[in-house]
Ligand binder design. Structure first.
Ligand code: BGC
Length: 681
């Protein structure tokens, strides 16, 4: 290859492709967002294309996938993406997004998985393997420290080495070493003073040297800022769009463009650095069967099987948060339902920024309830509130909702966050979206007033929350008998939700993120800085992210990490802990003691009794989702290796395991502990 040909490969050739080498039959590499569906077609620029088949499967978003606590569904999810990517002629899917949910306000939490690195690690591997089994490259993102959208393009993230090792990196390490991901995307922010996408420590030192990553590092779109740093620090492909370049952009002007040719030719840069990048890109191309004679799979689009996966993930990911007096599932005495709330009939697929999907169809909660209720149950619908910037409570809409609720047997309010209201105006896409964090945790659009009024009118009210994470429910949580967290549940979400409400599906989702009562209780705000001073954000909250904070500092969350109810009950018994030198095997029994089949996510937390350095109260190190018929009992076996007991000693700058006594804590959530045993290692 000539130098020019090589350099042509290390930068974009259009908004979503990298340059190829026609002379040698090396094609462009076609990338596409995103984490929960193959993005609509933008052609070579950014204009949505007309007359193309680009409305596909819209899967539940990442937070809903993680709520299933079912790694097998991660694989199924990835398989759908890989298959549809093949059909659409894509080579790389720009997902999964796995940044740790540090602040409840992060606009992209809906795309991400969890606050807990172990749960992230378990879910990400299946996702990646699912995508790549279809011969498509996954692209794990955003590496690293992109935990907020506020000032994402400039903020300098400062955190301790221990927080980096214990909290923010394990998901990426698992993606590389266990998932075998072919590509990784660097993030927009700075990390310890240097842009993350061209960061020597993160990319050269940790990712490539320590972890042995063989694939290619793709920049986030427009995240490269300097030729020299990108070349020397391990960025392999510069993506982005320079909108100033007009309709015929000259991608040679990119940092990894013509300048590189000049620098190599004038002896200022060794060609070996360019060769390494090209070799990595070719490696991805071979793996994705773009070169080397490997056969590309044809892929499938909008199949019933893909839609069934979307529905299954929603059914297992939706979380039942409260069920007083067994208000759910609805019984046959319910003859009328007042469905209330804008989100009940709102389509969400096209919101949120780069992860937007043109859905082949999207069943809203209202449609789902109508589908299942059939003719036997009368359903009325009223919006209850308006989605508009700054909109507060609307007295007339509340009045209508109250009237409807008081006339019906049951009211179902569907509210919470949303992706905004005007998809054409980037900044208006303001809740759960790329580019913007939420400004607070309060329910927008006067929903508190609405919910309180409806609860007063009809105590048989179920509140369904949509959105990408915690919302402040303190004004009405003790009065509402039924609360469901539905996230953004994908194209079949309305059907999945309705099946749960009517009891055709027994809920089994568990929260992958703690819900603080108040924003002030969130550790990023209480102990750390968020969103920083505009220049720097210091993660003084350190390793105390999520339940690690709530448990250690003894702060009561609204809903704990790992929490979620079922329509049946489970009994845990017979805990046995068998320890080796550096390993442990934990067994216990779970019995379904209720009348219906269900699934329980049994969680294993570990705590060392005597500590050399401060550590969280306990940490998740194992879990198993156990499916049980009514009356059925199973034995769960969880095996822990050395990693479960290690911590990062940042005085010595190394991972360590101290011998001693460990507690093995088995819970139905991080706060609902069923069994505890000890063992010496
Ligand atoms: C986002 C990425 C996305 C890329 C391409 C960026 O703005 O941060 O997550 O993959 O755009 O759409």
């Amino acid at each position: 290859m000539t130098l020019e040909e090589k350099v042509n490969m290390i930068h974009a050739s259009s908004s979503f492709t990298s340059g190829g080498v026609p002379r040698l039959g090396i094609p462009e590499m076609v990338t596409s967002d995103g984490p929960h569906g193959v993005r609509l077609e933008h052609g070579r620029g950014w204009n949505a294309q007309k007359g193309v088949l680009d409305s596909g499967t819209y899967l539940p978003t990442g937070i809903c996938l993680a709520s299933t606590w079912n790694p097998a569904l991660g694989f199924a999810f990835g398989s759908v993406l890989g298959s549809e990517a093949n059909f659409r002629g894509k080579d790389v899917i720009l997902g999964p997004g796995i940044n740790i949910m540090r602040s409840p306000l992060n606009g992209r939490n809906f795309e991400y998985l969890s606050e807990d690195p172990y749960l992230v690690s378990k879910m990400v591997v299946g996702y990646i393997k699912g995508v790549q089994a279809q011969g498509i490259s996954a692209c794990v993102k955003h590496f690293a420290g992109n935990n907020q959208e506020t000032n994402r393009g400039s903020i300098d993230v400062q955190m301790s080495e221990r927080a980096l090792m214990e909290i923010y990196l394990p998901g990426f390490k698992a993606a590389i070493q266990e998932g075998g991901v072919y590509t990784l995307m660097g993030s927009y922010n700075k990390f310890r003073g240097q842009w993350a996408t061209q960061n020597n420590y993160l990319i050269n030192q940790i990712l490539k040297k320590e972890w042995g990553f063989k694939g290619a590092v793709i920049s986030d779109w427009g995240a490269v800022h300097s030729t020299a740093q990108a070349i020397w620090n391990g960025t392999d492909l510069e993506m982005g769009t320079d909108l100033d370049m007009g309709p015929h952009p000259n991608y040679g002007k990119f940092f990894l463009g013509d300048t590189v040719v000049t620098l190599v030719k004038t002896g200022k840069m060794p060609v070996s650095l360019v060769d390494d990048k090209v070799r990595r890109l070719l490696y991805v191309m071979y793996k994705a069967n773009m070169l080397g004679g490997g056969k590309r799979m044809k892929g499938e689009y909008n199949t019933a099987a893909h839609q069934a996966t979307a529905q299954k993930v929603a059914e297992e990911g939706i979380v039942l948060l409260k069920n007083e007096d067994k208000i759910l599932p609805l019984k046959s005495d319910v003859k009328s339902i007042a469905v209330i709330g804008y989100n009940a009939d709102r389509k969400q697929a096209m919101g949120g920024g780069s992860s937007q999907v043109k859905a082949f169809f999207e069943v809203t909660p209202l449609q789902g309830l109508q589908n299942i209720a059939g003719k036997k149950v009368k359903i009325t619908y009223t919006k209850g509130y308006n989605i508009a910037r700054g909109a507060g409570a609307d007295a007339d809409m509340i009045k209508q909702a109250v009237q409807a609720a008081s006339k019906a047997d049951v009211a179902v309010i569907v509210g919470g966050w949303t992706h905004g209201y005007d998809y054409n105006v980037w900044s208006d896409n303001a809740y759960d979206t790329e580019g913007f964090d939420k400004t607070d945790m309060q329910m927008p659009f006067g929903q508190n007033e609405l919910i309180k009024a409806v609860l007063a009118a009809n105590p048989r009210t179920v509140v369904v929350l949509m959105g990408g994470g915690p919302i402040d429910v303190t004004q009405w949580v003790s009065d509402a008998k039924g609360i469901i967290q539905a996230w953004y549940p994908g194209m079949e979400g309305g059907n999945a939700l309705a099946k749960i409400i009517f009891g055709q599906v027994n809920p089994s989702g568990k929260l992958p993120v703690s819900f603080p009562k108040k924003l002030e209780d969130a550790p990023a705000i209480k102990l750390g800085q968020y969103p920083g001073d505009g220049v720097t954000v210091n993660y003084f909250d350190d390793i105390y992210v999520g339940y690690r904070y709530f448990d250690t500092y003894k702060v009561e969350p609204q809903f704990a990490f790992g929490y979620g109810l079922s329509y049946t009950t489970f009994k845990y018994s017979d805990l046995h802990v068998q320890t080796g030198d550096k390993t442990a095997t934990v067994t216990f029994k779970i019995k379904n003691t209720g009348a219906v089949a269900g699934a329980e996510v049994a969680q294993l937390y570990v705590k060392q009794e005597k500590l050399n350095l401060p550590r969280p109260e306990k940490e998740l190190k194992g879990f198993d989702k156990v499916f049980l018929q009514a009356g059925e009992e199973k034995t769960v076996t969880l095996t822990l290796n050395e990693d479960a007991f290690k911590y990062f000693n940042d005085i010595k700058n190394q991972w360590e395991m101290d011998s001693g006594v460990f507690d093995f804590i088995v819970g139905s959530s991080s706060r609902d502990i069923k069994l505890t045993g000890t063992g010496t290692l």
